[in-house]
Design a protein around this ligand. Structure first.
Ligand SMILES: Cc1cc2nc3c(=O)[nH]c(=O)nc-3n(C[C@H](O)[C@H](O)[C@H](O)COP(=O)(O)O)c2cc1C
Length: 192
């Protein structure tokens, strides 16, 4: 069985969590971790599990102006942030809007400041909702991984992501049949 993890990351936190989730999935699934900017070359249609992650910006998924904001934040000398990606190109929000219909099992995560989601917001909830609207089968609650106020991952978050990935793999493998095995309408013509 094959899993694809797609992530968007400006400061590298979501990237690090995507890698950790991938390591958690790996013993049970064949895993590809791919940044959104390189998703064009990746086969999604035959994945058994798709995991989508992005940073929380202004309580939700990033937008063009928030990615620019992130880039200029990273460039301030007072910050020790390193840009994982420039502010050009698409974010998860744009990519999801362009996504065709699919039936693959999916799960979403985000990175964000620690604190109640009701105050901080969380991109994963919106990612999950969009994927469900596109017909995908959401198999896990949206999950958040936390950074401190300097935008660095809190201790233990990569280990938590690893454990989350492991649980995800176990549930996907134990649920057995992939969507391709299920009766249903023919796959959408648009490649997902
Ligand atoms: C422009 C901008 C807006 C942000 N807005 C929020 C927010 O509303 N809630 C939150 O919890 N974190 C917020 N954050 C913090 C990011 O979610 C956090 O730094 C995240 O780990 C960044 O992921 P990345 O390193 O993959 O880019 C914001 C960060 C930036 C740069």
């Amino acid at each position: 069985m094959r899993a694809v993890i797609v992530y968007e990351s400006m400061f590298g936190n979501t990237h690090a969590i995507a890698d950790a989730v991938g390591k958690g999935l790996e013993p049970m699934l064949q895993v590809v971790v791919v940044p959104l900017a390189e998703i064009g070359g990746e086969r999604l249609g035959d994945a058994d599990l798709l995991v989508v992650g992005g940073p929380t910006h202004f309580r939700g998924m990033s937008r063009k102006f928030t990615r620019k904001w992130a880039a200029s934040t990273a460039q301030k000398p007072s910050n020790d942030l390193v840009l994982d990606h420039d502010d050009q190109g698409l974010g998860v929000r744009d990519w999801l809007a362009s996504l065709g219909r699919g039936r693959t099992k999916v799960a979403a995560f985000d990175t964000r400041f620690n604190g109640p989601a009701v105050l901080r917001g969380r991109a994963s909830k919106a990612i999950s909702r969009k994927l469900r609207k596109h017909g995908f089968e959401v198999v896990a609650k949206p999950e958040s991984f936390f950074v401190n106020l300097k935008n660095h991952l809190e201790p233990g978050e990569e280990a938590r992501a690893h454990a989350w990935g492991k649980r995800l793999a176990e549930s996907v493998v134990s649920s057995g049949a992939t969507d391709a095995d299920r009766p249903g309408p023919p796959p959408a013509s648009k490649e997902t």
